[in-house]
Design a protein around this ligand. Structure first.
Ligand SMILES: CC(=O)NCC[C@H](N)C(=O)O
Length: 132
């Protein structure tokens, strides 16, 4: 069994602050925990408006607080996000995420992240060889 707290993990290198200023994320569960997925608590800062495209990962995102929207770029459909909303990128959907208020999100990635990833220019994470 593994037990961790967000408060403790956020004091370690599990917390990543995105260089683009849009988000930070504490990766509570990572590839080297051998669970087959990773689990993160992510803050999207108020006013963030950015594109992502996880070509190499599937992601589910549950909104715990805050308010924003997601645009599915395949058809430009807009979905509001508020407390209680889950969005699931089951088709590696290219999307824009906007935060009208700071949003706290719980995110699951498959395959799991190794912990160091930040978005490339496509808004994706590379699949990298194990380094940790
Ligand atoms: C919702 C989303 O994907 N935000 C970007 C950060 C990501 N959740 C991460 O933890 O790396």
């Amino acid at each position: 069994m593994i037990v961790r707290t967000l408060a403790e993990a956020a004091q370690t290198n599990r917390k990543i602050v995105s260089p683009d200023g849009n988000w930070d994320s504490t990766r509570l569960l990572l590839k080297d925990d051998n669970m087959g997925f990773s689990f993160h608590i992510t803050t999207i800062f108020k006013g963030a408006d950015f594109q992502m495209h996880y070509q190499n990962h599937l992601e589910s995102v549950y909104c715990m607080s805050g308010r924003g929207e997601i645009v599915r770029l395949e058809d430009n459909k807009v979905f509001p996000i508020e407390e209680g909303t889950l969005y699931i990128l089951d088709k590696h959907d290219k999307h824009i995420l906007r935060a009208f208020e700071e949003m706290k999100l719980a995110c699951v990635f498959n395959p799991p992240l190794n912990g160091k990833e930040v978005h490339n220019k496509e808004g994706a994470y590379e699949l990298v060889a194990d380094t940790i």
